[in-house]
Design a protein around this ligand. Structure first.
Ligand code: ZN
Ligand code: FE
Ligand code: FE
Ligand code: ZN
Length: 272
C-alpha cells in the first residue's frame, strides 16, 4: 500500500486576487497530506490588460517567480515544488501563450477554458456575474462551442495538461440526453494530441456538485489511454489536496493506476 498521494499541480496564489494564504502555509499543508509533489499554477496574465479582475497582470510575473522561490525555499527537501501556470485559451491568444512559455523555466502549463465568444465579446461563463445569461441562452449551443474550443486547445500543443474538462457544467446547466455525444469527439482529439487532462475536485463545491470531468467522461478518457493528473484547484491552503482520497477512488474505478508528474515540461508517470 503506497501512502504517498499523487501530486497536486493545480493551485493558486493571492496574486490572482481571489486566493489567500502564504506560500509557507500551502507547502505545509502539502507536506502534512503527503502529496508526491506540489505544483503552483496561478491564473496567467492575459492581454489586452486589464483583461479581467481575477488574474495577475504581466507586471506581477516577477512577484510570482518570487512566490515560487519562497515556496521552494520553505519546502527544502521535504517536497518537490513545481512551477506552472493556468493559461487561458481565449480567441486568438495562441501567440501570447507561446510568449508566456518562454518567460520562466516552467515544469508544466495548464490550458483552461473559462471564456466563450469571439474577440471583444468574450464572457467568462464560469463567473457568477453571468449567472443570468445561463438561464436565457441555448445550452446545447454553448456546450457545442465549448467542446469545439476544447478540442482546438488540445490540438494546439501549447499545454502539458488540460484543466477542468467539463467546466461548462459548473452552474448545473446540462443539455438533454446522453452527454457522451459531446465527450467522444473531443476525447479522440485529446488522445491523438497526446496531452494529459486533470480530474479537478473543485467542482464538488460548485452548483454542479461533481468533480470535473464527469465519471462518463473519465471512463472514456481512461479507455482512450489519456494520461491523468489529480487536482484540487486550491485557492486557500486548507484546500490543497482536498478530496484526493475520493479522486483516487474515482480514478481506480475507471481503470487508472498511475498519474502524471511533470519536470521541465517532460511528463512521467507514477503509480498510486
Ligand atoms: Zn481561480
Ligand atoms: Fe480554472
Ligand atoms: Fe484554477
Ligand atoms: Zn482552475
Amino acid at each position: 500500500m503506497n501512502k504517498i498521494l499523487p501530486a497536486d499541480y493545480h493551485t493558486h496564489t493571492p496574486l490572482c486576487l481571489h486566493a489567500e494564504g502564504a506560500p509557507e502555509a500551502y507547502i505545509d499543508r502539502a507536506i502534512e497530506l503527503g502529496l508526491a509533489e506540489y505544483g503552483i499554477s496561478d491564473h496567467a496574465p492575459q492581454h489586452p490588460e486589464p483583461f479581467d479582475d481575477w488574474r495577475m497582470q504581466e507586471k506581477d510575473l516577477p512577484d510570482y517567480f518570487e512566490w515560487i522561490a519562497r515556496a521552494r525555499h520553505h519546502a527544502g527537501d521535504k517536497i518537490t515544488v513545481r512551477a506552472g501556470l493556468e493559461c487561458d485559451w481565449v480567441c486568438n491568444n495562441q501567440a501570447w501563450n507561446e510568449e508566456l512559455a518562454t518567460r520562466y523555466d516552467w515544469d508544466y502549463l495548464i490550458g483552461s477554458i473559462h471564456y466563450l465568444g469571439g474577440t471583444g465579446e468574450e464572457w467568462d461563463f464560469d463567473h457568477t456575474k453571468w449567472l443570468g445569461r445561463w438561464a436565457e441562452l441555448d445550452i446545447e449551443h454553448a456546450w457545442k462551442t465549448y467542446w469545439k474550443e476544447y478540442a482546438r486547445m488540445a490540438k494546439s500543443g501549447l499545454f502539458d495538461f488540460l484543466g477542468h474538462p467539463d467546466l461548462i457544467k459548473k452552474f448545473g446547466y446540462f443539455p438533454k440526453g446522453d452527454l457522451r455525444r459531446f465527450y467522444e469527439p473531443v476525447i479522440e482529439v485529446v488522445a491523438e494530441a497526446g496531452v494529459a487532462i486533470e480530474l479537478n475536485m473543485a467542482g464538488l463545491y460548485k452548483p454542479c456538485e461533481e468533480a470535473y470531468p464527469s465519471m462518463d467522461f473519465l471512463q472514456l478518457a481512461a479507455s482512450a489511454g489519456i494520461p491523468i493528473t489529480l487536482s484540487s484547484d486550491a485557492h486557500a491552503p486548507s484546500e490543497v489536496g482536498r478530496n484526493f482520497e475520493q479522486g483516487i477512488a474515482m480514478l481506480r474505478e475507471v481503470g487508472y493506476n498511475s498519474s502524471c508528474l511533470f519536470d521541465g515540461r517532460v511528463r512521467k508517470s507514477r503509480a498510486f
